[in-house]
Design a protein around this ligand. Structure first.
Ligand SMILES: C[S@@+](CC[C@H](N)C(=O)[O-])C[C@H]1O[C@@H](n2cnc3c(N)ncnc32)[C@H](O)[C@@H]1O
Length: 287
């Protein structure tokens, strides 16, 4: 008999898949803005994972493949990247982007990060950029990554820090939930945007998954755009979790929610642009 928890998890995963399939084109379209925002932490993540020429690298929750292309460049023609994601739709963008950039060493593999369906000890290194926090059981995901790494292989995961250090995410989620008539949720509840942001949580999970030499680096990377409206467009086009909360509302109620969100985000509009504070945690370890 399937347990109630297993059913809930299966429904959550299916909702995640649908949500990111529909946000896929938007996430891809905003690739240049995401790239500018995450340029410095992505370089740090690849360095902390020890990515180098000739390696076979696993990219978990790869999305439209922005970081996949960086990995492909670094491992070169002798190496390879396997981009996995629960959303098959978003991986078609990753594959298209890799082909356009001339990287023949990228392969996609639709898979839930908690059940990768890849061979044991088959990767030299692995990364996951802004994906682990969406897992209902991040420990299971980390154990899977550990399983497929070769002995000595390194992993680096990037997640959002807690809600106090990510006020724009806090505004987005709490306002969307209030307008949707949902009770405030514990921000650290598994599967949420900032769920892995509690200090020490990622290190503890990595340790339990079997990693050693674990270290976390905190990076402040403001999201800089010309105007509040540009950030709203990005969120409305691509932020699966927020769109999912607002989806059941009728058009007028949804418009009211977006107007409320816009008014609060306008706080970050300054003379030379919109600067949304944002803090990330990068945790690395070795098998
Ligand atoms: C914020 S996007 C990040 C995409 C990409 N890594 C980037 O930084 O541009 C989050 C990604 O996590 C994926 N995802 C969510 N839950 C997942 C799961 N259980 N297994 C694999 N991927 C998952 C989504 O489909 C989405 O592509």
């Amino acid at each position: 008999m399937i347990s109630e928890r297993k059913m809930d998890t299966a429904a959550f995963k299916q909702a995640t898949r649908v949500q990111w399939d529909s946000a896929a084109a938007g996430w891809d379209r905003h690739g240049p803005e995401i790239r500018a925002w995450l340029r410095v932490p992505t370089d740090a993540m690849l360095k902390m994972a020890g990515i180098s020429a000739g390696q076979t690298v696993l990219d978990v929750a790869a999305g439209a493949g922005d970081q996949t292309l960086d990995i492909a460049e670094r491992v070169g023609a002798e190496g390879a990247v396997v981009a996995t994601d629960i959303s098959e739709g978003i991986l078609t963008h990753a594959l298209g982007n890799a082909a356009r950039a001339g990287h023949a060493n990228v392969r996609t593999h639709p898979a839930d990060a908690e059940d990768l369906g890849l061979e044991d000890a088959s990767f030299d290194a692995a990364v996951c950029r802004l994906g682990l926090m969406f897992l209902p059981d991040p420990l299971a995901g980390l154990k899977e990554i550990h399983r497929v790494l070769k002995p000595g292989g390194r992993f680096c995961g990037m997640v959002f820090a807690g809600p106090d250090m990510n006020p724009c995410l806090r505004i987005l989620m709490s306002t969307a939930m209030r307008h949707a008539g949902l009770a405030p949720r514990d921000p650290f509840q598994p599967g949420g945007l900032v769920s892995l942001g509690k200090p020490g949580l990622m290190d503890g999970l990595m340790q339990r998954a079997g990693f050693r030499s674990i270290a976390t680096t905190r990076m402040e990377v403001a999201f800089r755009l010309p105007r509040t409206a540009d950030y709203l467009t990005f969120i409305r086009d691509s932020a699966g979790p927020v769109l999912q909360i607002l989806a059941p509302l009728d058009e007028a109620a949804r418009a009211a929610a977006w107007a409320d969100i816009a008014a609060q985000l306008d706080f970050y509009q300054v003379e030379d642009g919109w600067i949304g504070p944002n803090t990330l945690l990068l945790t690395a370890g070795r098998k």
